[in-house]
Design a protein around this ligand. Structure first.
Ligand SMILES: [Mg+2]
Length: 226
């Protein structure tokens, strides 16, 4: 019997792409004004800093830390490191200022709550930013458990992220459905953890053997069929 639903956060409960686009634009402006970098040059340096970070720290949750990424970028440029926290603040203030829930997110969560489901968020990211997003989005009333990859030192699709969230919800893996936009991270990860996946695709689409939804409002009816 299904007792819990685990959700991815970014691009599942709200539009990460929209918020990131606004934040990236502001950051590119900062780089132009403060570091005299053209947008293409900044983008290339940013990608290089990301590769440097992964080369030294691996692909764990630290790769999401923008402060460290900007530090590496500045080191490569030979520019003062005091820009790094200002760049991070620029990015995140613009990001948080542009958060938008997908249509039907709260309605879907509330319907699941009314149906007696426990609700969890299992997400790849540093804890501080995910706390900020959940607060700004007003989603805390529908979060019974939260697991960030930073907390575990492991990233989805690693089964540990899903299983720890289920544990916090007091449920077995077989009692959980997972909803997310990532095919590898969410769908395959959930299957690997012994949970039922639902692929969230707001623009539509199909997948063989895996239910697809465009809105969370479709979930209560779908769950009756699983
Ligand atoms: Mg996602």
């Amino acid at each position: 019997m299904l007792r819990a639903v685990l959700f991815d956060l970014d691009n599942t409960l709200y539009s990460y792409d929209e918020a990131h686009a606004a934040a990236w634009l502001a950051l590119t402006d900062y780089a132009g004004e403060q570091l005299s970098l053209a947008p293409e040059r900044f983008e290339a340096l940013h990608a290089q800093a990301d590769r440097t970070l992964r080369a030294h720290a691996g692909d764990g949750p630290v790769v999401h830390n923008r402060l460290i990424r900007y530090q590496l970028l500045l080191e490569a440029l030979g520019q003062p490191l005091w820009h790094a926290p200002l760049m991070a603040a620029c990015y995140w203030s613009n990001f948080l200022g542009r958060l938008r829930l997908f249509p039907g997110t709260k309605e879907g969560l509330e319907a699941l709550r009314q149906a007696g489901c426990r609700l969890g968020v299992a997400t790849n990211m540093t804890a501080d930013r995910q706390f900020d997003k959940l607060e700004r989005l007003g989603l805390w009333p529908w979060v019974d458990a939260l697991v960030t990859s930073e907390e575990l030192g492991a990233e989805k699709p690693d089964a540990r992220v899903f299983l720890r969230c289920a544990e916090k919800l007091g449920c077995a893996a077989a009692e959980c459905v997972c909803v997310g936009d990532g095919w590898k991270t969410d769908v395959l990860g959930a299957q690997n953890a012994g949970m039922l996946p639902v692929w969230f695709r707001p623009d539509g689409g199909e997948a063989e053997g895996v239910p697809v939804i465009r809105s969370l409002t479709e979930l209560p009816e779908l769950l009756k069929t699983l």
